[in-house]
Ligand binder design. Structure first.
Ligand SMILES: [Zn+2]
Ligand SMILES: [Zn+2]
Length: 110
C-alpha cells in the first residue's frame, strides 16, 4: 500500500472538472473516483474491523453489531464528529435508509 502525502486538490471549474465530476488531482493526478473508492474501502475496513457481538440498542437482540455513523453533512462544522452507534445489520440498514430519506427530504424542501 502506498501512502500519498498529497492532500489532493480536485478542480471543480471547467474545463478541468465540474462540481459533480471533479477532475483529477492537480498534485498527483489521482482521479476523483479513485479517491471515493479509497474512502469507501477505508470505511468498510473500519466497519468490519470494529464489528462485534453485543446487544443492539434498537431491537435489544444479541447480534453482530456494526459501526454506524451518519456521514458528515456540508452544513456541519468542519470538526463535527457525527455520533457513532453500534447496530445489528437489520437496524443498520433501517438507520441508513432513514438517514437517506431524511437527507432527501431536506433537499426536496430546499
Ligand atoms: Zn493528490
Ligand atoms: Zn437491531
Amino acid at each position: 500500500m502506498t501512502i500519498s502525502l498529497c492532500k489532493h486538490s480536485h478542480p471543480v471549474q471547467p474545463p478541468a472538472g465540474t462540481i459533480l465530476r471533479p477532475g483529477p488531482c492537480t498534485g498527483c493526478g489521482i482521479t476523483w473516483n479513485q479517491v471515493q473508492d479509497e474512502l469507501r474501502r477505508q470505511e468498510d475496513a473500519l466497519i468490519n474491523g470494529t464489528a462485534h457481538e453485543g446487544t443492539c440498542p434498537d431491537c435489544a437482540e444479541t447480534r453482530t453489531l456494526l459501526r454506524f455513523q451518519t456521514p458528515a453533512q456540508p452544513w456541519d462544522d468542519f470538526d463535527y464528529e457525527p455520533p457513532v452507534s453500534f447496530l445489528c445489520i437489520g437496524c443498520y440498514n433501517a438507520a441508513a435508509v432513514a438517514f437517506n430519506e431524511a437527507t432527501a427530504a431536506l433537499f426536496d424542501a430546499a
